[in-house]
Ligand binder design. Structure first.
Ligand code: SF4
Ligand code: MG
Length: 284
């Protein structure tokens, strides 16, 4: 099982996205998937190129729209393992409406955000997750806004699986992606994936110094949403590991009676010709 194809990524040398790609490929192999059992759907941004770099079904969608496409793919063909992916600009700015609704809807897919706290593809503008004071050409005096809080947002939106990691820790990231794919519901993984070209603040070293593994926090309980939220607030979102996992929750598909017995792709399309003609007549 090899999820590599012969396309060479054109990310900058050292970009965090390389490791995210490797972790996804390792996790899929470790979970025993075959390339034709996987669909990777991405949005726009440097990270959006990922769908072309993994041997699987793929769809490079429009800006901020990976989640509607990914959810549609999964609802049509439940046999596929579906991964949606994109950057912080893609998922937390133009796509934020979809992100929140996907979190609450709980369709059984995995969403991986490569969060580098900057717009990389368009050459370095302030993004929704850029820190206060972050200087770019769009905020020459430093950003005056508070950054978006992805983990708090996920928990507040009713997420059933929430994790955070950093691309320098491929081992942890791979293990998290494996568990996310096994989770029956929507899995949200925020991965700090440094942009070595346009973000000189949130570097590999910065994350090494500032992220706290949840295992190091006494009484941390990832099965308890209240405990998770309290710790996320206390540590300003800078946690690393599985932050919340509700193993009892039912996925969207499980909540529709009979759906999993016969997803769309297995349904017989029985539109009679005269029904079709009647339907068309209404538009004439
Ligand atoms: Fe990666 Fe930044 Fe280069 Fe884009 S601009 S490929 S995010 S290092
Ligand atoms: Mg970005």
């Amino acid at each position: 099982k090899d999820f590599r194809n012969n396309i060479k990524p054109n990310w900058c040398p050292g970009c965090g996205d390389f490791s995210v790609q490797a972790a996804i490929q390792k996790a899929c192999a470790a979970n025993g998937l075959e390339p034709d059992e996987l669909a990777v759907i991405t949005g726009i941004g440097c990270s959006g190129r990922l769908s072309g770099y993994i041997k699987s079904y793929g769809f490079h969608s429009t800006h901020g729209r990976s989640l509607p496409v990914a959810q549609g793919v999964k609802m049509a063909n439940d046999d596929l393992t579906v991964i949606a992916s994109g950057g912080d600009g893609d998922g937390f700015a133009i796509g934020m409406g979809h992100t929140v609704h996907a979190l609450k809807r709980n369709i059984d897919i995995t969403y991986i955000v490569m969060d580098n706290q900057v717009y990389g593809l368009t050459k370095g503008q302030t993004s929704p997750s850029s820190g206060k004071g972050f200087v770019t050409k769009t905020t020459p005096e430093g950003s005056k806004e508070n950054p978006i809080q992805p983990i708090r947002t996920a928990l507040a939106s009713g997420a059933t699986f929430v994790a955070q990691s950093v691309s320098s820790d491929i081992k942890q990231l791979t293990a998290i992606i494996q568990q996310a794919m096994d989770h029956k519901g929507f899995s949200f993984i925020n991965v700090f994936s440094p942009c070595v070209t346009y973000n000189k603040v949130n570097t590999y070293d910065w994350f090494k110094e500032n992220l706290i593994p949840v295992e190091d926090i006494e009484d941390f309980d990832h099965t308890d949403a209240k405990n998770a939220m309290q710790n996320v607030m206390e540590y300003d979102g800078l946690l690393k590991g599985i932050i919340y996992h509700d193993q009892e929750a039912k996925s969207y598909q499980e909540n529709i009676e009979g759906y999993l017995d016969q997803p769309l792709i297995k349904k017989e399309m029985t539109l009679e010709n005269d029904t079709f003609d009647e339907l068309m007549a209404e538009f004439r």
